[in-house]
Write a protein that binds this ligand. Structure first.
Ligand SMILES: *Cc1c(COP(=O)(O)O)cnc(C)c1O
Length: 448
């Protein structure tokens, strides 16, 4: 007996008709919210609904469309996006130039043959080599941040022949088994131990700790392949290290023949006020990891960029590390447009200016509510607000959500929320965020 799929065809057609619509009727909106919540509960993860209940006044809020620095839910409630999709919307939501590039490429060819030469991968690699610092030259494209770190770990082993790595506490490098080995939070790691062997975590921001670990590893004959760090820790709660941290790590790596891997998945593409955060101190890594905002907030694409010697074995055998979708034409089109827009609109500079303004205003506010806010810190438009307790942080996120500003905690440090809006956010929008935060803090202060 053959299965009857007619209801699946009808149902999927109903979804397709909805996708094709600009606007829904009130009845359709109500139905969509109900169906989304039910399907999340029964088929995605009910835990996610519970989490939303804890951080939002309306956990059934269903997102519908976006543009610039804002998005709206299905009922048309507008939010200023200060979460920025964990830092993916550097050029804003659906920047017209990124969208146009993607649509133009889609009209001709979506994915590549995997066999002939695909032009956009080559042209994007050339642009990436040109904008990344120093002699970073070769680029391997991937689909996500964790994959870019995964590739970096493999390349470091391949090039050095060594097996030990140094990572830092509170680091976030992704959640696939390799990158999770570098990530540093017990709840994410414990259920999956043992991870890949040879990872040592030392306190972040402390070059002396790295020096001691390099020495210890060399002493016992387990030389370090690479030191991997974020120039500013994102998920760790926006932790800015001392100015001389990266220069010291660069020197130590050279001294011990270890590679320096900088994970700029979150700090890259203008976020901190320079195209790449390592430019603030002039340090050139051996391997640079990119993703998140790299695809212009429209397509998922990441990259692992390296100096030429590291590519040696990959040149001998280009199939040593491969991915089917990595560097596909649609994603490359988005990434090319992204680089163009970041430079043409001078967005790293705008991030520096807007970030300095926001930091000043946020610190003024924080000083008024010492019972709620511990610290405001950051660089460019990568800003963290640390609260006295997790609970107060949740209350502030909730209050802002009710007032049409989206923020969220960080994955490793629940006491901190991040302010990572599109770099295109206007002064007027920044002022509205500050006003709404002031109102929220006034309210939350009564609980503190
Ligand atoms: C988000 C993040 C990753 C992981 O990226 P995914 O695309 O979620 O896999 C890795 N490193 C850093 C620094 C990140 O912020």
């Amino acid at each position: 007996m053959s299965l009857d799929y007619s209801h699946i065809i009808a149902e999927s057609q109903r979804y397709l008709d909805m996708i094709a619509k600009e606007e829904l009727t009130m009845a359709e909106k109500d139905a969509l919210v109900k169906e989304t919540v039910e399907a999340f509960r029964d088929h995605v993860n009910p835990g996610f609904l519970e989490y939303r209940k804890s951080v939002s006044t309306d956990y059934t809020s269903v997102e519908w469309k976006d543009g610039g620095a804002t998005f709206t839910d299905v009922y048309g409630k507008e939010f200023i996006d200060c979460l920025g999709g964990y830092g993916i919307y550097n050029v804003g939501h659906r920047h017209p130039k990124v969208l146009a590039a993607v649509i133009n490429q889609l009209k001709r060819q979506a994915l590549h043959s995997q066999e002939l030469l695909d032009p956009l991968r080559a042209l994007l690699a050339k642009l990436v080599a040109a904008i990344t610092p120093g002699d970073l030259q070769y680029v391997f494209f991937v689909n996500s941040g964790t994959e870019s770190v995964e590739a970096a770990i493999k390349f470091a082993r391949m090039y050095t022949g060594r097996r030990s790595f140094i990572s830092t506490t509170r680091a976030f490098h992704g959640k696939s088994l390799g990158s999770l080995s570098a990530t540093a939070k017990a709840v994410f790691r414990k259920p999956f131990l043992p991870l890949i062997p040879g990872f040592h975590h030392v306190p972040y921001g402390n070059a002396e700790a790295v020096a001691m670990m390099l020495e210890s590893c060399a002493f016992v004959g387990e030389d370090v392949a690479a030191v991997i760090v974020e120039p500013i820790q994102g998920e760790g709660g926006v932790i800015v290290p001392p100015d001389d941290y990266l220069p010291k790590l660069r020197k130590l790596c050279d001294q011990y023949g270890a590679l320096l891997i900088l994970d700029e998945v979150q700090t890259g593409m203008g976020r901190t006020g320079k195209m790449f955060a390592c430019e603030h101190c002039g340090v050139v890594p051996d391997i640079l990891c990119l993703a998140k905002a790299f695809g212009g907030g429209v397509m998922p694409i990441g990259a692992t960029v390296a100096r030429k010697p590291i590519w040696e074995k990959l040149i001998e055998n280009p199939f040593l590390h491969t991915t089917t979708f990595g560097g596909n034409p649609v994603c490359c089109a988005a990434a090319i447009a992204n680089i163009n827009v970041l430079l043409e609109e001078n967005l790293p500079q705008r991030a520096a200016e807007s970030g300095a303004y926001m930091l000043r205003r946020l610190r003024e506010l924080a000083a008024k509510y010492p019972a709620v806010v511990l610290e405001v810190r950051g660089k460019g438009l990568m800003i963290g607000i640390e609260f006295v307790s997790n609970e107060l942080g949740y209350e502030v996120a909730k209050g802002l959500f009710a007032r049409g500003v989206l923020v969220a905690g960080t994955l490793i440090n629940a006491k901190s929320i991040r302010i990572e809006p599109p770099l295109t956010i206007s002064r007027d929008q920044q002022d509205r965020v500050i006003e709404r935060l002031a109102a929220t803090l006034e309210e939350v202060n009564r609980l503190a």
